[in-house]
Write a protein that binds this ligand. Sequence first.
Ligand SMILES: [Zn+2]
Length: 541
Amino acid sequence: MDGIFINRWDGSGPCFCEHCQKNFKGASGFELPRTNNPQDPARRAYILWRQQRLFDLWQHWDRAVREINPDSCVIPNTGGGATSSLDMKKIGELAPTLMADRQARHGLMSPWAIGMNAKEYRAALGMKPIVGIFSVGLEEPYRWKDSVQNGAEIQLWVADLVANGMRPWFTKFGGVLHDERWLKPVEDIYRRLAGWENYLRNERPLARVAVVYSKQTAWFVGNKVEDHINGWYQALIEARIPFELVHDRLLDAAHVNQFKTLILPNIAALSDAQCDQLRAFVKNGGSVIATYETSLCDEWGVRRKDFGLADLFGVGWKGRAEGPMQNSYLRLEHDTARDHPLLKGLEDAPRIVNGVWRLEVEPREKFAQVPLTLIPSYPDLPMEKVFPRVEKTDIAQVFLRESGKGRVVYFPWDIDRTFWEVLSVDHFKLLRNAVEWATNEAPPVSVSGGGVLDVTAWRQKNSMTVHLVNLTNPMMMKGPLRELIPVSEQQVRLRLPDGARVSKVHLLAEDTKQRFTQRGRELHIIVPSILDHEIVAVDLV
Ligand SMILES: [Zn+2]
């Protein structure tokens, strides 16, 4: 036996048996909490104690198994993003390998949800092997464990899993096949991947942008963390910017120095030490983009008087929030000489919709340009009352600073969460432009052409790859799909390592050798069409 994988090992909610009562009291001095309020001292202690018990149990089993076979191990089914209950940093330290268990879409979930799962795991496990378990059926609360999903959906789910650095592992309940329609699609997937294998031995991702996720914010503040992350995730996919996720307890130089820009999507809970790490990141030339309540609480979710990162933002909190705001707007302060790059693509827009929640803040320094100002809420009914009471204010709604070689963007409102809820293209443009302005360097890869693509880029020992996963889907923004629709020609520009020479460019899905042009460090390749998943493989000499 090579190892033991354990599903459903971590209980089914809180337990109030005599042992749990006694153990918790012994460890914390508290009775078991009867509230979900994370600011209740017993609840806070319970969140940490429960994790410690489970990590102890995992190590206990693992030791027992390794006594029998030192090469073996116990792998509990665990891990995930900001809202999962166990600390991913600790999991990353304990696990030599791990299986991610987001098996398929449920409801209207986007197909990029599996790529996100891969990024969540890699943020803590680095380049340790991570397996993506995928289902061949419908993954819904109604437990159709003998069901079969259509081939197009299985194919695209696995494509995004592979493009984001996981190894696919299909799962099927039971040995009796009541419906054989999944066999051919799964066979085709593995045949194709076997042919591509040399180019799937990734050594590192090439992304220069990363989004931070924070379990401690979810545990102790619980402010809809996923909605803020999802907003950024959707925007970065739409903008075709390769990116990674970063765990908030791994902000040390070794984990973040590969990135130019870190995005903090309403990461409310940050310790003084974490704020120092972010300051050091900017001091070393990194850039930071933060939204809304970022750094307004300490690591226990206890509110500070001011932002922990007030100096980085150049802004202080006035102690008040406003929301939910109705019928509020942002005035775009166009500069007749030269618009701020934040307003790219919005040249003809005098105003756009605001978010839903904002903090009242005051600048601590003079900002050279203020491209967004507040148009306060005004009545939306009755009709004759619908006119702005104040058309122009000097209340800035974005703060852009340069700090050495780094840049800092702070939005005092919930732009990312609102984008996830409303999907306004104007908010998308602000998010994209903020990343481009903050990053301020030639991107590792850029892809132009029609459609929605998940773009990831990787380095292998003797090659580089660009994965292009076609998420364009006739069922619009929704995850369910019936067929794959090819996108037309894409222009791929890839930045080569200094001094690298290219011997061959291969399109793995098309299975053709592709012509390319190289100008300095920039490689230009035309990809004629993409059905589901194309890999541009570049051999280096
Ligand atoms: Zn118990």
